[in-house]
Write a protein of this length. Structure first.
Length: 149
């Protein structure tokens, strides 16, 4: 919701206001203001730690898709919405990069002959990406399924 720069400047402004509060306000107001400032700092740090861990945690989902356009309609679009800068097509799938960091990948499951696995006319794919992206893909997939019924 808020960018890191906004949060940083909010903390700086609150610290300056708190410092000035000790000079110009009565003691009870300046102590209350310092509690609020420290709470904002601690809460921001905890949110940063949670986001860092949650963003980097890789998970995997297996999907069956009827056509390869689904990949570009849903999966690549969701990855792009979350800051993916480059999509590389490989022999057995796609790789997603955020800068130089590999943020996720998609592979087509293969049968014993090395061909893409097709069950009931649907390709079986395996998507490895951060959990929040997979969560968004799940929601969009269920939305598409609901619209087709």
């Amino acid at each position: 919701m808020f960018s890191g720069k906004f949060t940083f400047w909010l903390i700086v402004v609150m610290a300056v206001i708190t410092g000035l509060g000790f000079l110009f306000l009565s003691k009870k107001y300046s102590i209350s203001l310092s509690f609020i400032t420290v709470s904002i700092m601690v809460f921001s740090f905890l949110i940063w730690l949670n986001d860092k861990h949650y963003s980097e945690e890789q998970s995997m989902r297996v999907f069956s898709i009827s056509d390869k356009e689904f990949i570009h309609d849903v999966i690549v679009r969701q990855m792009n919405m979350h800051g993916i800068t480059k999509v590389i097509e490989t022999d057995d799938g796609l790789e997603f990069y955020k800068g130089k960091h590999k943020a996720g990948y998609l592979i087509f499951k293969k049968d014993e002959n090395g061909n893409p696995l097709v069950i009931d006319g649907k390709y079986v794919i395996e998507v490895h990406a951060p959990e929040y992206i997979l969560h968004n893909i799940d929601h969009e997939l269920w939305s598409i399924i609901g619209q087709k019924q």
